[in-house]
Design a binder for this molecule. Structure first.
Ligand SMILES: NC(=O)c1ccc[n+]([C@@H]2O[C@H](COP(=O)([O-])OP(=O)(O)OC[C@H]3O[C@@H](n4cnc5c(N)ncnc54)[C@H](OP(=O)(O)O)[C@@H]3O)[C@@H](O)[C@H]2O)c1
Length: 315
């Protein structure tokens, strides 16, 4: 079917890089699906910082975008139409996905999206669509960075930005793995971080002294989900033989002997996270839900840099 003959859908999209003001609600053709791809009716999408970084044009050269761009990589929805060979899923199945494709174009801030099966898992029944949409990208990042760090039961870990999208999952996963978790957040979020299973400390002036008071011999693992001070203080806070893993700064690898992770879509990892949510191990904190018409405000909320948990767009 040519694009002109495809049925249309409502979507939030932009045709030039810029601030959240470039986002418009518009009608676009429904996406094509390939042989190993599902057509998914979107119920909810969550916003990640990468969505605004792409929109601002800051990731050109690393992540290509093709206008019009429908942003959004996280989705919770219902399979409208399976692909030619997608035996894992049937029409009507409720799914979640970290739907990252090589080119940013047909994202999840829309009524329909194409979802390669390699990025998808069954939606956890214990979560609402809004909560489930918050799980994929941030949950996978937490899981894959903890795995890369080699964190083991009985070790101690310092998690920077413990109240954010990624940090909230990392605290819960690390605590579940039997680690002692210390997490940085502003005072306002300390009760929240404690509820996830970490001892909260404030970031900013005096961070090294506060962290050292809790771990005089240093930390076996540092997980950096914010950059800046987290990288600058790593040498002072790592235990001998300790390891830092960052998602914000490649210096963790090149200068600190640790690692730098770019989260990958992975169906098995996502299914593991979904099972943990169904078992009650992983909770998803939804800070705010915006209707699709207000997707620009959802992006602005994340751009503030101080969201607790996830911001979600309901479609
Ligand atoms: N490489 C990758 O694959 C990858 C994957 C996911 C995300 N990322 C990047 O990692 C970063 C975090 O992502 P996210 O989704 O977790 O973001 P997020 O949810 O927007 O993070 C917001 C959180 O950051 C906290 N925060 C802000 N400044 C802080 C500081 N100086 N120290 C400690 N915490 C601070 C805030 O806590 P308070 O409100 O308490 O200040 C807030 O809870 C973003 O830059 C994102 O682009 C990279």
């Amino acid at each position: 079917m040519s694009e002109q003959n495809l049925p249309t859908m409502r979507a939030a999209a932009y045709t030039q890089f810029g601030s959240a003001d470039v986002l418009e609600i518009t009608d676009l053709p429904r996406p094509h699906i390939g042989p190993d791809t599902l057509l998914v009716r979107v119920k909810a999408a969550s916003v990640n910082p990468v969505d605004y970084k792409v929109r601002e044009g800051k990731l050109q050269g690393l992540i290509d975008a093709e206008f019009p761009v429908v942003p959004g990589w996280d989705v919770a929805g219902v399979v409208e139409q399976p692909g030619l060979d997608t035996p894992e899923f049937q029409a009507g199945d409720e799914i979640i996905a970290y739907d990252r494709k090589d080119i940013v174009h047909g994202g999840t801030f829309a009524e329909y999206v194409s979802v390669p099966v390699r990025t998808a898992a069954k939606k956890p029944a214990a979560l609402s669509f809004e909560q489930a949409a918050g799980l994929p990208l941030a949950g996978l990042t937490a899981l894959q960075t903890i795995r890369r760090s080699g964190l083991r039961s009985g070790q101690n870990v310092l998690i920077h930005a413990a109240s954010g999208g990624v940090g909230s999952f990392a605290v819960q996963l690390a605590a579940h793995a039997g680690a002692r978790v210390v997490g940085t957040a502003s005072e306002r979020n300390h009760p929240y971080v404690r509820s996830l299973g970490a001892e909260p400390i404030a970031y900013g002036d005096g961070l090294v002294e506060r962290a050292r008071a809790l771990a005089p011999n240093g930390f076996d693992v540092i997980l950096d989900y914010v950059g800046g001070q987290a990288i600058d203080t790593a040498t002072d806070l790592l235990a001998p033989g300790g390891r830092i893993v960052s998602i914000t700064d490649a210096r963790a690898r090149t200068e600190l002997g640790g690692d730098y992770v770019w989260v990958r879509p992975d169906a098995a990892d996502l299914a593991e996270l979904a099972a943990l949510a169904d078992d009650g191990v992983l909770k998803v904190e939804v800070a705010e839900v915006f209707d699709l018409e207000h997707a620009a405000d959802a992006m602005r909320a994340v751009e503030s840099g101080h969201v607790r948990g996830k911001v979600v767009v309901r479609v």
